[in-house]
Ligand binder design. Structure first.
Ligand code: PLP
Length: 237
């Protein structure tokens, strides 16, 4: 990214991203209505998050409970969808559960069990998949997926709307594309089972540096941080 991009006003950044979304959708003949833009505000202030909402973005993503609480304290929450996108410690579920609309990081059975226990209604979740199987990454491996979904049947408050992944940190587009394509194929195989508790039609994939590839490969939810909200340092520039 050129340094001049960093100081663009928020409106311009949003317009650029919306154009990029449109272009990626056109390329594969998808409608941009199929893609939900989640503004990841983990690196910026509540005021900055409010400014993003004021531009008409309705979906915000946070990766820590503390960050979410801080935003919710000050923001006019009317009509906002809150997405929790980070690694979630089991002991924090209780406080988080009624404060989010969607959990993108369901990555283990013990977390499903706790979400099920603490919620009074079905929670929309994405199962996080570790497509590449790297040991440093959280998520269910492709080999474990089938068994994991079978076990989720026991938890009536878990409602899996899709799969989520993070691409490896690489410049190699073909590697990134392969990961997104694999996630789509796994999604298709789960969706084909027609599980009542796991329709699994959605794909949460794509961040600032790779969302266009993700859209081409079928992303329905993209999680954009630095390209939109930027970082705390940029806010003050
Ligand atoms: C921070 C984060 C993002 C946004 O990343 P950017 O590269 O800043 O767009 C997306 N998803 C998850 C899980 C994150 O933690």
């Amino acid at each position: 990214m050129k340094s001049s991009d960093n100081v663009k006003p928020l409106e311009q950044r949003l317009a650029t991203i919306q154009q990029q979304i449109k272009k990626a959708c056109d390329k594969v003949q998808r409608s941009s209505d199929e893609v939900t833009l989640i503004a990841v505000t983990k690196q910026v202030s509540a005021a900055r998050a409010q400014a993003i909402l004021d531009l008409g973005v309705k979906n915000l993503g946070e990766n820590r409970l503390e960050g979410l609480l801080e935003k919710q304290e000050t923001i006019d929450e009317h009509g906002v969808n809150w997405h929790f996108i980070g690694n979630l410690q089991t002991r924090k579920v209780k406080e988080l559960i009624d404060r989010m609309n969607c959990l993108h990081s369901l990555d283990r059975l013990s977390l499903a069990k706790e979400v099920n226990k603490r919620s009074t209604k079905p929670v929309d979740c994405f199962v996080q998949v570790n497509v590449s199987g790297e040991e440093s990454k959280s998520g269910i491996t492709p080999q474990e997926i089938e068994g994991f979904f079978e076990q989720l049947a026991a938890y009536e408050n878990i409602h899996v709307i899709g799969l989520m992944t993070m691409a490896p940190n690489t410049e190699d587009e073909s590697v990134i594309r392969h990961v997104f394509r694999s996630l789509r194929e796994i999604r298709n195989s789960v969706a084909a089972k027609n599980l009542s508790y796991a329709p699994c039609t959605q794909l949460s994939m794509g961040m600032s540096n790779d969302f266009e590839i993700a859209i081409e490969e079928g992303a329905t939810h993209i999680r954009i941080g630095t390209a939109l909200a930027g970082t705390e340092r940029e806010e003050t520039e």
